[in-house]
Design a protein around this ligand. Structure first.
Ligand code: GDP
Ligand code: MN
Length: 377
C-alpha cells in the first residue's frame, strides 16, 4: 500500500525527523488561505502515489497567496501517470543549498532492510544508479541489532563533510530506520534531504510504501489507505477479493492459484506473448468474482485476448464456466476469450462453454499458444 507524501511526513515527524510544516487543500481557495497564513513563498505539491511529480508539473513554487491559488487550481484535477490529483499539499518554501537522497528498502537478495544514500538527490535515483553508481552508498542493516550508531555515521559521512551536517544526518537516518520498521514499510525515501544556508538538514519530500502483510496488525497504518488515490482496477480487485497486478503486455490472464498464475505468465512469454496482468481469482468460483475479474481485465485498453486457466480442485470448473457465461451477459467483451479448464466437473464445464460458443481446452499449452496467437493477430 502506498501512502501520500503528507502522510509519510506525519510519520517522519512522529519519529523526530525535521520536516517543514504543511497543510492539505482540496480546493484552490483552501490553498490560498493556507498560503496566506504561512505568508511568504510556499510550494504547492500534488498528492498522488507517483514519483516525478516535479517533472509532470505537479510541484510549483508560489510567491504570493494568489499565485498559490492559481497553481492549486492547475494541479487539482491534473493527471500524473494515470492518477488524478484530488489533494495538494501547501508548505513554506525552503532555501536549498544541497539536495541528497536517502532511502531504505527491503532488499530481497540481502534479505534485510538496506539503506541507499547519495549526495546526488532531487532526481531519479535509478538515473544516478545508471550513470554514476559510485555516487550511491548501500548499507544493509542486520535486523538483530538494528541500525548501529557507527553505520548511521557512515551513511551521513558519505553525504557531507561538515561535522554539523553529519551529526544531524546521523540522527535523521536512525529516525528514518525507526519509522521504516514501526510503519511496516517495504520502502521509504527522502528525496531530497536538503541542507539550508543556515546549516540545517531537513526532509522536504517523503515517500513510503507499506507491506500489505503488515496492515492487519497496524490499524493506524491501514487507516491511511486512500482508495481514491489508487488505480481503480486495484481497488476493485481488492474489494472483490482478487489478487491483481497490472503489467504491460496484451494477454489478459485469469487464473486460480498464485502458482498457476505465475506458471501461466511464464508460458505466455514462452509462446512469444506478454501478460497484461497477474490475476488470481482464488479458490472460490463465485460467478461474481469471475465477473469482477473480467471487468478489471477488460478495463485495460492494452488487452487483445483473454486467457482463462483454471485447475479445478475445490474450485468447480462448472461454476467458473457459469461465471464466464454470466459475465459475458452482463458486460460486453470486445476481445476473444480462450479458456482452459481441467479437474473437478470439467466435462460439465466444457459443455456449458461450448453451448455458449466459447473455445474451451483442457491442455494448458494449447490454450496459451492460442491466446498469444490471438493477441498478436
Ligand atoms: P517529486 O518531483 O515528486 O520528487 O517532488 P519533490 O518534492 O522532490 O520536489 C521536486 C523538486 O522541487 C525538489 O527536488 C526541489 O528542487 C524542488 N522543491 C521542492 N520543494 C522546494 C522548496 O521548498 N524550495 C525550493 N527552492 N525548491 C523546492
Ligand atoms: Mn522527490
Amino acid at each position: 500500500m502506498d501512502i501520500h507524501e503528507y502522510q509519510a511526513k506525519e510519520r517522519f515527524r512522529a519519529a523526530g525527523i525535521p520536516v517543514p510544516p504543511d497543510e492539505i487543500a482540496t480546493t484552490a481557495e483552501e490553498a490560498e488561505a493556507i498560503a496566506s497564513r504561512y505568508g511568504g513563498m510556499v510550494v504547492v505539491k500534488a498528492q498522488v502515489h507517483s514519483g516525478g511529480r516535479g517533472k509532470a508539473g505537479g510541484v510549483k513554487l508560489a510567491k504570493t497567496a494568489a499565485e498559490a491559488r492559481e497553481h492549486a487550481s492547475a494541479i487539482l484535477g491534473m493527471e500524473i501517470n494515470g492518477l488524478t490529483v484530488h489533494k495538494v499539499l501547501v508548505t513554506p518554501a525552503e532555501d536549498i543549498d544541497t539536495e541528497a537522497y536517502v532511502g531504505v528498502l527491503v532488499d530481497r537478495k540481502r534479505q534485510a532492510a538496506t539503506f541507499m544514500v547519495s549526495p546526488e538527490g532531487g532526481m531519479d535515483i535509478e538515473q544516478v544508479a545508471a550513470t554514476n553508481p559510485d555516487a550511491i552508498l548501500k548499507l544493509t542493516v542486520d535486523p538483530r541489532y538494528g541500525l548501529l550508531p557507527h553505520q548511521a555515521y557512515w551513511l551521513a559521512n558519505f553525504l557531507y563533510d561538515d561535522p554539523g551536517l553529519i551529526k544531524q544526518t546521523s540522527r535523521i537516518v536512525a529516525q528514518l530506520y525507526r519509522s521504516f520498521v514501526d510503519s511496516g514499510a517495504s520502502m521509504t525515501e527522502i528525496n531530497p534531504l536538503i541542507t539550508t544556508p543556515d546549516g540545517d538538514v531537513k526532509a522536504i519530500d517523503a515517500k513510503m510504501s507499506i507491506d500489505d502483510s503488515e496492515l492487519f496488525r497496524r490499524p493506524d497504518v491501514a487507516a491511511m489507505r486512500d482508495s481514491s488515490a489508487e488505480p481503480p482496477s486495484e481497488t476493485k480487485a481488492r474489494e472483490a477479493g482478487l489478487s491483481y497486478v497490472k503489467l504491460d503486455g496484451d494477454v489478459g490472464c485469469c487464473v486460480n492459484g498464485a502458482g498457476l498464475a505465475m506458471a501461466t505468465m511464464d508460458l505466455v512469454k514462452y509462446y512469444g506473448g506478454e501478460p497484461a496482468n497477474f490475476l488470481d481469482i482464488g479458490g472460490s468460483s463465485n460467478p461474481d468474482k469471475v465477473v469482477a475479474a473480467l471487468e478489471i481485465i477488460t478495463s485495460d485498453p492494452n488487452v487483445k485476448a483473454i486467457l482463462f486457466n483454471i485447475f479445478g480442485g475445490i474450485t468447480r470448473c462448472d461454476d467458473v464456466a457459469n461465471g464466464i457465461v454470466e459475465a459475458t451477459k452482463r458486460i460486453e467483451i470486445q476481445v476473444p476469450i480462450v479458456i482452459r479448464l481441467t479437474g473437478t466437473n470439467e466435462e460439465a464445464a466444457l459443455r456449458i462453454l461450448e453451448d455458449a460458443g466459447f473455445s474451451a481446452y483442457t491442455s494448458m499449452d494449447a490454450v496459451v499458444e492460442k491466446a498469444v496467437q490471438l493477441a498478436n493477430a
